[in-house]
Design a protein around this ligand. Structure first.
Ligand code: M6R
Length: 606
């Protein structure tokens, strides 16, 4: 949430700041702004709405200056407006901030009593005035920042510039990520390495409580106790090229269509040509693990729910799956010798990170499934099994989900063989089915126009119910989440068996019911649920296979027939039609598919 950049150079920085923000816009798009020093004085340009509004403003009112900071906002305190847009500033300091200052109100009262005049409703402005207050007491910018940081409660990543100091840029991190980029006599700050990719591939990451003083060609990092510390410089392999939509209308559609390739890439890193697993060394022995905890948020959590079925069925390993925001405060007792699987596309989700830290503190080994290399979750894990899906730009997660499922299935098979719960031959049979998934997804994608036709039946609905059983139940949740996120239609996912325990009261002709019903061991039961819906005038959209359709006593109103596949890998295949259904429904409604209202890609505040 919120993206920040900072650049210290000897050339004008305004355009480079905007370019960095373009790469961070997925983090928030309520408003954007930059500040530079012009003849030593703070100058800002800020605009409400997406980054293009800021770019347009800068075209009419350019900003010079060789040191500057930029921000793209996801509003927490104060509605989106120019006054609430970052940077926030006094006559001496300008600040951009990602996070939440929890004690901002008491700071504001204290600073207003001292005569500081606030112009916004934000928590961030208190940081600018607090640092200013210390400067007015005669402290240097470095000392004033260090003193102010000690007074802040909550989470932050900050980039700060100071009137009269054209060769100084300060960054700080607690709870929210901040990367430091090393250029040729230029220094950078960014919420992630991707923002800085066109500028440098040499990146270090601030640790919790660090602040950094950047001067031309130099970074001095201080830890929270004030000691000067070294932070490793990583060589990233991120491309500086702008990530485009290619021939696709939206990033989401492009990312849906990339799935056969990225699932292939992800599995090829984990499976040999002979269909044997080649997993990275685990930080524990699967045989010794008494219980596995899985935590994640949103779509990643639904991947975890699918994994629960896999670990329990294929490895005989008991699993608890938790939404990270609940787990982190629940004081859950952790078993001795246990392990936690943490799933996150961004690797920066605040609640997931907090859950990881809780588990670590309670002696759990951490195995993570992460897409962004060197992200905080990746760095804090004992072992990372990466999803190789490349940057996911659309706020609605698609290819990250199916590559997470790919990794998690490989992990569950690995555990199953290690625990002698399944034979190597059984694991190979499932891996073979996994190998065939990209081709089967291509079959679904070739017929996406049929799903587009089905979506016309959802576009006018106010509510949609998604049903599935077993491995397909988490997919019902995921389908409902996708639809809510991008089409703004209320949707709920339910285990089909729960229908009679309440939701059946909702059924009428106006509420489509999407049922995921491949011909698996539970098919007959789901087919009965479909009859129950139809008998009450409900309109069913059924996703099944040829055998499933042939075994339906009465054909539902709308059906989409998918390729047949091994039951274990079905959730990966069935992800694609639910993604397409949500996409085409949103398209029919004309919503902003890639940047839906109120959302941000990376949720770095709790
Ligand atoms: O980056 P993460 O995987 O940790 O993000 C978790 C959720 O915020 C994310 O999956 C969210 O639910 C997506 N917008 C769903 O499409």
């Amino acid at each position: 949430m919120c993206g920040i950049v900072g650049i210290l150079a000897s050339r004008p920085v305004a355009d480079i700041l905007v370019d960095g923000l373009r790469r961070l816009e997925y983090r928030g798009y309520d408003s954007a702004g930059i500040a530079t020093l012009v003849n030593g004085t703070i100058q800002t340009r800020r605009a409400v709405g997406k980054l293009n509004a800021l770019a347009e403003k800068l075209a009419h009112e350019p900003l010079v200056g060789t040191v500057g900071i930029g921000h793209t906002r996801w509003a927490t305190h104060g509605r989106p407006s120019v006054d609430n847009a970052h940077p926030h500033f006094s006559t001496q300091v300008a600040v951009v901030h990602n996070g939440i200052v929890e004690n901002y109100h008491s700071l504001r009262v204290e600073l207003e009593d001292k005569g500081h005049v606030f112009k916004s409703e934000t928590d961030t402005e208190s940081i600018a005035h607090l640092i200013t207050d210390y400067l007015q007491q005669g402290l240097t910018p470095q000392a004033a920042t260090a003193a102010a940081l000690k007074r802040l409660e909550g989470a932050f990543a900050l980039a700060i510039i100071f009137t009269g100091h054209e060769d100084l840029l300060i960054g700080a991190r607690r709870g929210s990520p901040l990367a430091v980029g090393y250029g040729e006599n230029e220094m950078y700050l960014g919420s992630d390495a991707l923002a800085l990719a066109p500028l440098t591939n040499r990146i270090s990451y601030l640790e919790e409580g660090d602040w950094v003083e950047l001067t031309p060609g130099k970074a001095v990092v201080h830890d929270e106790d004030g000691h000067i510390v070294e932070r490793k410089i990583h060589q990233t392999n991120l491309s500086g090229a702008v990530i485009g939509k290619g021939e696709y209308r939206h990033f989401m559609l492009k990312e849906i269509f990339e799935q056969p390739v990225v699932i292939g890439d992800t599995m090829n890193a984990l499976i040999t040509a002979e269909n044997k697993l080649s997993m990275p060394p685990m930080p524990f022995d699967w045989k010794e693990i008494p219980r596995l905890s899985i935590v994640a948020c949103g779509t990643a959590c639904y991947a975890g729910m699918v994994a629960k079925y896999w670990f329990e069925q294929l490895a005989g390993l008991p699993v608890d799956v938790d939404v990270a925001s609940e787990f982190r405060y629940r004081e859950s007792p952790m078993v001795k010798g246990g392990a936690m699987v943490v799933i996150s596309q961004s690797g920066e989700t605040a609640d997931t990170l907090a859950a990881l830290n809780y588990a670590k503190k309670h002696g759990q080994k951490i195995l993570s499934v992460v897409n962004v290399q060197h992200s905080t979750i990746a760095r804090q894990s004992d072992c990372v099994v990466p999803t190789l899906c490349g940057p996911e730009i659309s706020v609605a997660s698609t290819k990250a989900f199916t590559t997470q499922l790919t990794v998690l299935l490989c992990m569950a098979l690995h555990a199953g063989v290690a625990r002698s719960h399944i034979s190597e031959a059984k694991a190979s049979e499932i891996l073979q089915a996994l190998r065939e998934i990209p081709a089967k997804i291509n079959e679904v994608l070739r017929e996406d126009h049929k799903i587009q036709e089905l979506s016309q039946n959802l576009a006018d609905a106010k509510d949609v119910l998604y049903l599935g059983r077993g491995l397909l139940f988490p997919l019902a949740l995921e389908g409902a989440l996708k639809l809510k996120e991008i089409s703004y239609i209320h949707a709920e996912g339910y285990p089909a068996g729960e229908l009679k325990h309440g939701p059946i009261a909702l059924i009428d002709e106006s509420m489509p019911v999407v049922v995921l019903a491949p011909h698996d061991a539970l098919f007959e039961k789901t087919a009965s649920n479909i009859q129950e819906v139809v008998a009450r005038g409900g309109k069913v959209v059924m996703f099944t296979d040829k055998v499933g359709l042939a075994n339906m006593p009465t054909k539902p109103f709308w059906v989409s027939v998918l390729p047949e596949t091994h039951p274990v890998v079905m959730p990966i295949l069935y992800s694609v039609p639910v993604q397409l259904l949500a996409y085409y429904t949103a398209l029919a409604k004309g919503t902003d598919v890639d940047q839906p209202r109120n959302l941000a890609k990376s949720v770095t505040v709790e």
